[in-house]
Design a protein around this ligand. Structure first.
Ligand code: ARG
Length: 549
């Protein structure tokens, strides 16, 4: 609807349709109309009072779409014809491509990227959930999207692991991440007593970079063990990557790149290392260490060079705030190489913390996704056993609701915010949560399944009840929500919308009788529309609803 209003206004004022659309608001109460156009921007431009402009505009605009168009202070308020509006809303939302757009462009998205030989970090989990939602939303909006898992599978940490493996493995059976983690910890406790080990680690990594057979074989083993573990997580989340190219993939191209940068004087020597200077106070990017080992930054730079070959319009890096400096340095270096920096974007996110100490391991920033999920599952099962003890497939449903509760708890927040994981909020069946939304969805499914066999003809009522209208209006705003989420890379826009949509449905359902009422056919089609829209909305953020719970 906003788009129609913007179209109408654009014929009467000097702003373009897109800008007008962004200004249109949904007023807080129905006396102020269903949509409102604030005149402040125009007032500035025309150097006239916004009240006069609103007055004047409200007289000039004519359209049969609206019951009333009136000025109130600096706003032009639009009152839609509710019957027409609801009819159009139902028709639109019934289309197969409802909410989709046909934006063009190719986007690469680098997300998840856990580190081999370590547990899936909390920041990797956040990156995975946020990245996956952005991926879905961009694809839904028409972009060609390619997901990349840039695994942390190269770097000095492997030197440490190799030392620990060779020296301190003892009877430890190296067959899972836990054992690799133990090796890692062992290295650090031993290195505290014996600093020489750090030097040994650097040597082992150097040998690895030079292609030492034994080290390569061990590295492969570490990598395989880790990938198996990560795959479990991806399977639970239903995620597949278009490309898994870890940092190790760039171990050769990085050498050529470094040599080239040196020759072109983009890189220079500094205390034995090779660096790329940065503007202002920003510290230089370290391209190569004094022992000639490659760095995280140099491998990222080599990856950009390779990625640019497929001519993307954007490369997104869904990585936590803590790496802001790293990306500023790398993007600056890319620019010096002649790459358009505007194509590179660090899509940042804040920290997630757990107050529940049981949930974090010794190092504090690692969370075992599976144990998180298990705990959620247990709690959800308890609630289901209370509310609906005869439910079939309890286990499967509890699993799905548990997953939704964790995903939703994360994505309901603006990605930039730091958040504290709160079980009560995540698992609540009443507040803003995955379980509440899924419960609402299941309620709609259950109504629809009761009347499955009846295929009455759709008849529209003469007058539309307020709650019916509000639900239709919410459904109708879905395309705008997707557009905003795609533009800002903000999954929370869709998460928030899913909640508001569920709320509108519940309010409608409490005030309007459906089965057996005169408006049955109309109300059922409204529920159907709601259900389809909520399903699409949830799918975009990686949540699959359940029909029963
Ligand atoms: N593996 C890194 C970590 O867990 C994140 C990698 C981010 N992606 C990138 N291209 N640098 O911290």
């Amino acid at each position: 609807m906003k788009s129609e209003i913007a179209q109408l206004l654009s014929k009467n004022i000097s702003l373009n349709k897109e800008d007008i659309e962004k200004l249109i608001e949904i007023p807080p109460s129905p006396e102020l109309g269903d949509y409102a156009f604030p005149c402040f921007t125009l007032a500035k431009e025309l150097k006239k009072s916004p009240i006069h402009i609103a007055e004047d505009l409200s007289k000039r605009i004519k359209s049969s779409e609206f019951e009333k168009i009136e000025a109130k202070g600096p706003y032009v308020n639009f009152f839609v014809n509710k019957s027409n509006f609801v009819k159009t809303a139902l028709k639109e939302s019934g289309k197969k491509d409802f909410g989709k757009s046909k934006l063009k462009g190719k986007i690469l998205i680098d997300y998840s990227h856990p580190n081999v030989a370590k547990h899936f970090g909390i920041h990797n989990l956040r990156s995975t959930l946020i990245g996956h939602a952005i991926y879905n939303t961009l694809e839904f909006s028409g972009y060609k999207v390619r997901s990349i898992n840039h695994l942390g599978d190269w770097g000095t940490q492997f030197g440490k692991l190799l030392v620990a493996y060779k020296k301190f493995r003892g009877k430890l059976n190296i067959n899972n991440i836990e054992s690799l983690n133990e090796l890692y910890i062992k290295f650090h406790t031993e290195a505290e007593k014996n600093p020489e080990l750090e030097e040994n680690a650097r040597n082992e990594f150097k040998k690895l970079e030079l292609g030492d057979k034994e080290n390569l074989k061990l590295w492969k083993l570490f990598r395989e063990i880790s990938l198996k573990e990560f795959d479990k997580t991806y399977k639970i989340l239903g995620i597949k990557f278009d490309e898994i190219k870890g940092e190790s993939y760039f171990k050769d191209s990085v050498k050529t790149l470094v040599a080239d940068l040196k020759q072109r004087h983009i890189a220079e020597e500094s205390e034995g290392a090779l660096v790329i200077k940065q503007p202002g106070e920003r510290p230089p990017l370290i391209l190569q260490k004094s022992d000639e080992a490659s760095t995280y930054a140099s491998r990222d730079l080599a990856a950009i060079v390779e990625r640019m070959k497929s001519k993307p319009d954007k490369i997104l890096y869904v990585v936590d705030n803590a790496q802001s400096l790293h990306f500023e340095q790398v993007f600056e270096a890319a620019e010096r190489l002649g790459i358009n920096r505007n194509k590179l974007e660090h899509v940042k996110f804040g920290r997630l913390r757990f107050e529940d100490s049981q949930m974090s391991t010794r190092t504090g920033n690692i969370i075992l996704f599976e144990s998180l999920l298990e705990k959620a599952e247990e709690e959800i099962k308890k609630i289901i056993n209370e509310k609906n003890p005869s439910l079939k497939n309890k286990d499967k449903i509890a699993k799905q609701v548990a997953l939704a509760s964790i995903i939703y708890h994360d994505l309901q927040n603006n990605r930039l915010h730091d958040i504290i994981f709160d079980w009560k909020t995540a698992l609540s069946f009443e507040g803003k949560s995955g379980p509440y939304i899924l419960y609402t969805y299941a309620r709609a499914s259950s109504i629809l399944s009761k009347v499955k066999k009846k295929t009455g003809k759709l008849s529209f009522p003469k007058s539309i009840a307020e709650k019916e209208f509000l639900l239709a209006k919410k459904i109708n705003s879905f395309p705008e929500v997707v557009e905003k989420s795609a533009r800002d890379y903000s999954p929370h826009t869709i998460a928030e919308y899913s909640y508001e949509l569920a709320q509108c449905f519940n309010e409608f359902y409490h005030s309007c009788q459906v089965i057996g009422s005169e408006e049955e056919s109309f109300r059922l089609s409204l529920i159907k529309s709601f259900q389809i829209t909520l399903n699409t909305s949830l799918n975009l953020i990686g949540i699959t609803p359940v029909d029963e719970m």
